[in-house]
Design a protein around this ligand. Structure first.
Ligand code: ATP
Length: 243
């Protein structure tokens, strides 16, 4: 489990030699990464280190990047903000662009999975922030993705809602087996959800940490604190005696 992508299995997501500059500022300078089928990889790094830039490149949203990127067509992206269309009802947002005769049934199933079966006819403006992110996940799920690309999907939520969404993510992952690349600022979130954590620094993946803990996880599990200290250390965060 530790480093499945590195253990010889053909990755479902790969990036090699990715370079991106904005004017004179080189943000990515030969970044390489690989995600194995079904693997959840957290991507951490300081503010401005290029996490979102790398995720956008993997999502095919940045035509000006250099390097080799391989991501299956069956991928979906969830951003920090839900990006729902305000003039479409929840179910129509979820089913937007989905093809096939059973779109309505699949949309209903996806909404049920995120706990919003009863909000299909609601407008986005009638939802809370957490509910809106649930809809964003339903919109991703209905596409039956092999890969989820997630850019701080819980970053704008209050602490309690974030914990509930992290729990939901864990259950969806166990049921669907998708792989995911999760950009996050939150060390605990990385350790709760990911099989591996990567640290982006200096334009490339500078550090890697396997997270060999059983699911479901909690911050007071044996071994969690030691992994937190190692990850904070790799992020260059000074460790005080109390941590
Ligand atoms: N379209 C753009 N034009 C110019 N500069 C950009 C553009 N997009 C990103 N940058 C710059 O690239 C750098 C990396 O940005 P990015 O958003 O990828 O960082 P990040 O690691 O996701 O940061 P944060 O954790 O603060 O969200 C920043 O210095 C940012 O200002």
């Amino acid at each position: 489990m530790a480093s499945r992508a590195a253990s010889g299995m053909t990755p479902v997501v790969s990036a090699r030699g990715v370079r991106r500059a904005f004017g004179p500022a080189v943000v990515l300078d030969g970044a390489d990464l690989a995600v194995a089928p079904g693997e959840v990889v957290a991507l951490l790094g300081g503010s401005g280190s290029g996490k979102s830039t790398l995720l956008r490149i993997l999502a095919g949203l940045d035509p000006d990047a250099i390097g080799e990127v391989s991501v299956p067509r069956e991928h979906a992206v969830v951003f920090q903000e839900h990006r729902l269309l305000p003039w479409k009802r929840v179910a129509d947002n979820v089913g937007l662009g989905v093809t096939g005769g059973d779109v309505r049934a699949r949309t209903a199933a996806a909404l049920a999975e995120v706990g919003l079966a009863d909000r299909a006819r609601a407008w986005p403006a009638e939802l809370s922030g957490g509910q809106s992110q649930r809809v964003a996940f339903a919109r991703a799920l209905v596409r039956e993705p092999r890969v989820l690309l997630l850019d701080e999907p819980f970053g704008a939520l209050d602490a309690l809602t974030r914990l509930k969404m992290q729990d939901l993510f864990g259950r969806l992952r166990a049921r669907h087996g998708f792989a995911a690349l999760l950009v996050t600022h939150d060390v605990d979130e990385a350790l709760l959800l990911a099989d591996r954590a990567l640290v982006l620094d200096g334009g490339r993946i500078a550090e890697e940490l396997a997270v060999p803990l059983d699911h479901p996880r909690a911050p007071d599990d044996p071994g969690f604190g030691a992994l937190r200290r190692r990850l904070l250390d790799r992020l260059g965060v000074p460790l005080s005696g109390g941590r």
